[in-house]
Design a protein around this ligand. Structure first.
Ligand code: 9D3
Length: 262
């Protein structure tokens, strides 16, 4: 896979792909990441990349010419790349979209950094618009890094074992069960006994229950998307009886709540 990134701040990309899975994916030639400075495609002597908005108003707008010219040089004549604009107005990035994007052999990511971008870029150059979440970043660069990281770890061969990709949070549709390693007791805190039992069936059941509990508490909407056995549905029903409305003086929420918040 080839990924071209257009940015006004190419220096920001010096670090993030130099480590861990991304580094290995690059070394193994699973992915080629090419960073372009949009300013290099400006043609005037001041290398202008932005200008005042027609019609007036605050802020600057990214000019169309440097971006069109950059994409022109990137399109190499072979298969057309998928051109994606990183913008707060885009569709919300998630694991499913990451998976879909691994189906392209060539992606172009355009990072905005200003109040906006000339609409002609959106309408005539861009195939997709993506946001990574409902919060305001200063630009699309960190969003592009997030996307690239999520995408390239899915490329076949990027991660040591396929098993760890598939067993991951989200892949099974449920959140990961709690994990422990040695020592069995640390500062008086014990590892759940079942994990030390050597009873693999009991361990598998405990983990499945913990995944269900954690998903129910933190991301209940995910439960509607996975297929559950009758026993699992019954388990959830029984747990839900532990939900307190807060009307009788108890704190509102799940009994034994163990996450989310301070
Ligand atoms: C002050 C201008 N904002 C009005 C609400 C619009 C705005 C434009 C550009 C806000 C932030 C940005 C810069 N952010 C991105 O380019 C961006 C982004 C984000 O801010 N949040 C989540 N995903 C993304 S992807 C690109």
């Amino acid at each position: 896979m080839r990924i071209d990134i257009l940015t006004l701040f190419p220096e920001m990309f010096a670090g993030p792909f130099d480590h861990s899975i991304a580094k290995r994916a690059i070394e193994k030639k699973l992915v080629n990441i090419i960073i372009h400075n949009i300013r290099d495609f400006a043609q005037d002597k001041h290398r202008t990349v932005d200008d005042y908005p027609y019609g007036g108003g605050a802020g600057m707008v990214l000019k169309p010419e440097p971006i069109f010219r950059a994409v022109d040089t990137i399109r190499t004549g072979e298969l057309a790349p998928c051109v994606i604009l990183l913008t707060p107005q885009g569709r919300l990035f998630n694991q499913k979209i990451a998976g879909e994007l691994t189906g392209y052999s060539h992606l172009v990511l355009i990072c905005g950094h200003y109040e906006g971008i000339d609409e002609r870029v959106r309408e005539n150059l861009v195939d997709d618009e993506i946001s990574i979440g409902d919060y305001i970043l200063s630009g699309g660069e960190i969003a592009a890094m997030v996307m690239v990281d999520a995408i390239i770890r899915l490329l076949p061969g990027a991660i040591g074992s396929e098993a760890s990709v598939n067993e991951d949070s989200f892949s099974g549709g449920l959140l990961k069960y709690p994990q422990y390693t040695r020592p069995a007791v640390y500062r008086g805190l014990s590892v759940p006994e079942v994990l030390l039992s050597g009873n693999h069936e009991a361990i598998a059941q405990w983990r499945r229950e913990q995944s269900l509990l954690r998903t129910l508490k933190r991301h209940p909407e995910l439960l509607n998307k996975v297929s559950l056995s009758e026993a699992e549905k019954a388990f959830i029903q029984s747990v839900q009886k532990g939900y307190t409305s807060g009307n009788d003086g108890e704190p509102r929420g799940w009994k034994g709540y163990d996450g989310n918040g301070c």
